[in-house]
Design a binder for this molecule. Structure first.
Ligand code: LMR
Length: 400
């Protein structure tokens, strides 16, 4: 009998980010505010369906395409459009064919596939992530068979990147470490490296034979699509082999469709072809082939000049609303005369602000005010709007 098989299984903690949504929904208070999961909300508190997505969906519905399996690597057109989006149309990486891209289940799926590839096809065993990082990075690495080591990134006292410490830690990593880097809008801190600092990171990766894996879940949420891809483009020019995970959850508001991509940049078109065979195996062993719907939507928008321009407009209005809310929170905190200056919120980029609130303060916000945030002090700025920002600021001030 095997009745003991689960006897020693101990329960593990809920996901620190995703579990907040359930807690928020269960809270009966009208004043409640969800600053937890990174999901765009508009001024009325809903995640809008973008106009371009609505148009693409209508066109897809008319075609009534049968629900067959799609290729293990996704739609070929989608994959090539993603490459152009991240590297630029005329990039040597695109024209030389030395990169391969596969459609994945969101950015998380891209990270998992990339970690599997590097572990099973290339024998990598150690992954490195920033301290702090998106908590799931560490779990993805662990479940793909890696030991995980942190590199210092953020200095809480200075409320800034501690680049010296980061350099010291990266230089100490053994060769062939898979180093997860945030291409833009660092999650959770909202602080990115400067171009010169990225160049130094590239030099270290070269000197130490590290393998960079750039996570770019927020392209378009900092300064714009091309601007936010500038880091990936620096890596592309550097001659390094590297990986990049991209996601359209945020930039298309397609969270539930699980649509992203993994791009592997190699040294030659022949190498890319060989790598692609392993990616097919990794996809097959994880989920066979990706879901079709999100890929069809994104492909249609990116392939059509008019829809693409309209998407860029819609994306920039989401970006601008987030910026306005950063200003609004800072101003409200100032107007209240809060104990701490919150102007740092306007210096951070992307959906998040790392507030410095302690886990106890975050717990008080939930218990006393119905405001939900991640216990590491991260708030999702998208949960703020003109109606609730004053209440949030007052509540923050009360727990400081
Ligand atoms: C977040 O960090 O909140 C988002 O990336 C959503 C997630 O899956 O955690």
């Amino acid at each position: 009998m095997n009745e003991k098989v689960f006897a020693d299984v101990t329960a593990v903690a809920d996901d620190p980010i995703l579990s907040l949504t359930g807690k928020f929904l269960a809270d009966p208070r009208d004043c409640k505010v969800n600053l937890g999961v990174g999901m765009y909300l508009d001024e009325t508190g809903v995640t809008p369906v973008l106009n371009v997505v609505r148009k693409a969906k209508e066109a897809i519905a008319k075609e009534s395409t049968p629900h067959t399996y799609i290729p293990q690597t996704g739609f070929p057109l989608y994959d090539s459009l993603v490459q152009k989006l991240i590297f630029g149309v005329d990039s040597e990486v695109v024209t030389s064919g030395r990169a391969c891209t596969v459609q994945t289940l969101g950015g998380t799926g891209a990270l998992k596939l990339g970690c599997d590839l590097m572990h099973w096809a290339c024998g990598l065993k150690l992954g490195a992530t920033s301290i702090p990082t998106w908590t799931n990075h560490n779990d993805i690495l662990r479940l793909a068979g890696y030991a995980v080591q942190g590199y210092r990134y953020y200095d809480a006292e200075q409320n800034a990147v501690n680049f010296e410490a980061m350099v010291e830690d990266l230089k100490a990593l053994p060769e062939n470490t898979l180093v997860i880097l945030h291409a833009c809008c660092h999650n959770p801190t909202g602080y990115d490296l400067t171009t010169d600092q990225w160049k130094e990171v590239i030099d270290i990766c070269k000197a130490r034979s590290l393998v960079p894996f750039l996570d770019m879940a927020y392209q378009g949420f900092k300064d714009g699509l091309d601007e936010d891809a500038s880091t990936i483009r620096l890596f592309a020019q550097s001659g390094l082999s590297f990986l990049a995970a991209s996601s359209f959850s945020k930039s298309f508001n397609l969270y539930g469709e699980r649509i992203g991509a993994l791009t592997v940049v190699t040294q030659s078109a022949d190498e890319a072809r060989r790598v692609q065979t392993h990616l097919k195996t990794c996809a097959r062993a994880n989920y066979s082939n990706p879901p079709a719907f999100g890929g069809r939507i994104v492909e249609r928008v990116l392939a059509d000049d008019a829809l693409r321009s309209e998407w860029i407009e819609e994306l920039s209005s989401m970006r601008n609303r987030i910026r306005q809310m950063r200003e609004a929170l800072t101003n409200e905190m100032k107007a209240i005369g809060a104990k701490r200056d919150f102007s740092f919120v306007t210096q951070q980029a992307g959906m998040f602000s790392f507030t410095g609130l302690t886990p106890e303060q975050v717990d008080r916000l939930a218990a006393e005010f119905g405001i939900y945030a991640v216990r590491n002090g991260r708030i999702c700025i998208c949960g703020l709007n003109e109606k609730n920002v004053g209440y949030v600021a007052k509540s923050f001030a009360a727990v400081l």
